[in-house]
Design a protein around this ligand. Structure first.
Ligand code: ATP
Ligand code: MG
Length: 688
């Protein structure tokens, strides 16, 4: 392929990015403006012009799926062989290679979830934590490790960062210390540890650093606004003072600050590299003007230091975004499934439709609704495609067939036919089985492999079975699942960088978006950016919805997300009504949520007396008065504020507004000692 042809199909600014083949480059641009496209073309152009050989390029992206996309696009541009990986995958590969030489002994096992270890650590600390709390503590440990705070530094760091974990800070610090101890004893390494260790090996072993730097000399990082300090440290270790680095990002899409990432590396890039070429892209090629207008509207209402990157739509006009309000979540999910069905019937492929939500727990309702409506779906984030038994079996069969030289014909149809034939041995048929059960899931996996063969034959009619098997092996190593034929169900976080023809943003109610535990203005702004990311995933069809109650028949106390204020065509705003006090005290069996009635299991939820994402009837004034009083108490007694009362307890007091000592004593977190010490003052604030 001729180098110049790689530049075709780029606008002048994107072209400027591609042509700046050497030295530091920073692309600051909004969603859908072609950042990812610009960097793939830049790599291909550099390869074609002989600036760098593909093997010496390291392209780092955020998800394995994005890495797979990059590799695919580079192959189409005639630049195969470029390493496109996530920070984790790149670090893991280097570490496994150097471990025997620089450390020796059994390499540690990498854990991709902290929950089990956190649960063991909590138990050893004598704490019984529910699922929500374990997740919260795991998140806190992750944040502490990413921001390089040890257990003993954690409490002070939390105060500095104005973080408000829902578990007691002292408890988190204890569990964190125990977690690290158990981790070492069991020879385990978490993701943060892996990044840290790789960077340390590169810094301390000159010979290893020399080898890695000899191998890679050309670096590109996508989604740079969400780089965290550990990833930055590793990137610096790879670079070793060199400047062949191109970063692209959008500060308005920063959605991982809660885990310790920071857009400051993107925004401060020119300070670190004064000779950097900076390019801004503003033309949005992804979405219709209708979608772009809403995206600009949502981000335009941001407060604080927002970044002016207003998108200018390039596509032709499309349908207006629709806003739907439902009585309850089940009605919302059913109607969303019905609308997805309708789009499919109208010709939108299922794989071009996504339903995006704030938290993974929302997924289940949508899975049932889609299954009931007969709409196939795939879960993003949960899947480990190449570890599915039917996929393993299929790969073994395909490998065997390739070895036996099964494909004599080498035109494109030969590959498709051969793959389908081999897959039929693993139970594949042309038509899917009835229903939505395991047989259907198995068929979907095999169909995805068949589709991959078709895609490959279309890209490269000369490709045969050996090339197809090599592609599968490469994908398996990078955990890059092929696109599965079904509506995507994903969290907003997992949807980053991706695009679909039709997007449903569901559950857009206060308490869910922004999520109830987003308390500080910074946290709320991150929630707003999540909505912005969600909106900008849509090419044409966009539906936004919320439900007034959780369950059918439940009190309809929810309100649409504040981020939609003034942007929807709905005029009704539903304020949470005060709940009849007498109705709350039905304390038999597991304590029910006083808003929606669901039994509460997590300790934090029991403390609040409601689901975390049900709206609270918080008396804001009282809450502020209580916090002021607590600050005075803490200063007077020279103790941390949370020792007086935790935020969760103060919040519960402000919600219940107790009228007597007995009522106050019923609030979890208010024990005998605290009652004696502070009861009178608290009740006074409550107006008793
Ligand atoms: P995000 O911020 O969401 O990651 P992005 O800036 O990386 O978005 P891309 O994914 O590269 O954007 O591009 C968005 C869509 O616009 C893609 O479908 C891409 O192929 C298309 N596109 C980008 N640039 C052009 C162009 N110059 N001409 C036509 N289509 C384009
Ligand atoms: Mg992108």
């Amino acid at each position: 392929m001729v180098a110049e042809s790689v530049l075709e199909g780029l606008d002048p600014e994107q072209r400027a990015v591609a042509e700046a083949v050497q030295g530091p480059v920073c692309v600051l641009a909004g969603a859908g403006t072609g950042k990812t496209r610009a960097i793939t073309h830049r790599i291909a152009y550099a390869v074609h012009t002989g600036v760098v050989t593909p093997q010496r390029v390291l392209a780092v992206t955020f998800t394995t799926r994005a890495a797979g996309e990059l590799r695919g696009r580079l192959r189409q541009l005639g630049a195969p062989g470029v390493q496109a990986r996530t920070f984790h995958a790149a670090a893991l590969r280097q570490l496994s290679y150097f471990w025997p030489r620089v450390v020796g002994g059994d390499p540690p096992k990498i854990i991709d979830s902290k929950i089990k270890l956190v649960a063991d650590a909590a138990r050893m600390c004598g704490l019984s934590l529910g699922r929500t709390e374990l997740r919260d503590v795991a998140g806190e440990i992750e944040w502490a490790k990413v921001t390089q705070n040890r257990p003993e530094d954690y409490p002070a760091a939390v105060v500095r960062a104005a973080r408000k974990p829902s578990t007691e800070v002292v408890d988190v610090a204890r569990v964190y210390a125990m977690y690290e101890q158990l981790r070492r004893e069991r020879n385990l390494l978490d993701f943060e540890g892996m990044l840290e260790l790789t960077a340390a090996v590169l810094t301390e072993h000159r010979e290893v650093a020399g080898q890695v730097r000899e191998q890679y000399r050309y670096f590109v990082v996508d989604e740079f606004q969400d780089v965290n300090p550990l990833q930055k440290m590793l990137l610096d270790a790879w670079l070793g003072g060199r400047h062949d680095l191109c970063v692209v990002g959008d500060p308005n899409q920063t959605i991982y600050s809660f885990t310790g990432a920071s857009p400051s590396y993107l925004l401060g890039f020119t300070r670190e590299h004064p000779d950097a070429k900076v390019v801004k892209l503003v033309r949005d090629y992804r979405s219709t003007p209708q979608v772009v207008r809403l995206a600009n509207g949502v981000i335009g209402q941001a407060r604080g230091d927002r970044h002016e990157l207003e998108l200018v739509a390039q596509r032709e006009s499309g349908p207006d975004p629709v806003f739907n309000e439902y009585d309850d979540e089940v009605a919302e999910a059913d109607d969303t499934a019905r609308r997805a069905r309708k789009l499919i019937d109208e010709g939108v492929p299922a794989r071009e439709i996504a339903i995006l939500f704030r938290i993974n727990a929302q997924s289940e309702t949508y899975e049932s609704a889609l299954a009931a409506a007969g709409v196939p779906y795939v879960l993003r984030g949960a899947e480990r495609f190449f570890e599915r038994p039917e996929v393993r079996e299929a790969v073994v069969r395909l490998r065997g067939a390739a070895r036996a030289g099964a494909d004599a014909e080498t035109d494109g149809t030969g590959l498709i036919m051969t793959v389908r034939h081999v897959l039929s041995g693993a139970g594949f048929s042309d038509q899917p089985p009835e229903g939505a059960g395991a047989a259907r899931a198995r068929w979907e996996s095999l169909a995805a492999l068949a589709q991959l063969a078709e895609d490959m034959a279309a890209d490269d009619p000369k490709a045969g079975l050996p090339e197809f098997v090599a592609e599968l092996e490469e994908r398996a190593a990078a955990q890059h699942a092929p696109p599965l034929e079904g509506v995507t169900l994903a969290s907003l976080h997992a949807a980053k960088g991706l695009e679909w023809d039709a997007v449903f943003l569901v559950g857009l109610a206060e308490g869910t978006l922004p999520i109830i535990y987003a308390k500080t203005p910074e946290q709320v702004e991150e929630e707003r950016r999540l909505l912005y990311v969600g909106i900008t995933r849509a090419r044409v069809h966009l539906a936004l919805s919320w439900a007034l109650a959780r369950s059918p028949g439940g009190s309809q106390l929810r309100r649409p997300s504040r981020f939609l204020d003034g942007l929807t065509d709905k005029t009704t705003t539903h304020m949470p009504a005060r709940v009849d006090r007498a109705k709350r005290r039905v304390a038999k069996g597991p304590q029910p949520c006083r808003v929606c009635g669901r039994p509460l299991t997590a300790a934090v939820e029991r403390k609040l007396g409601r689901c975390e994402d049900c709206p609270s009837e918080l008396n804001e004034e009282l809450f502020i008065a209580l916090k002021d009083w607590r600050a005075e108490m803490a200063a007077e007694q020279r103790i941390p504020a949370y020792v007086v009362f935790t935020d969760a307890t103060l919040q519960a007091i402000a919600e219940h507004c107790p009228e007597s000592v007995e009522e106050l004593a019923r609030i979890p977190g208010v024990g005998r000692v605290k009652l004696d010490r502070y009861g009178e003052a608290v009740l006074k604030l409550c107006g008793v």
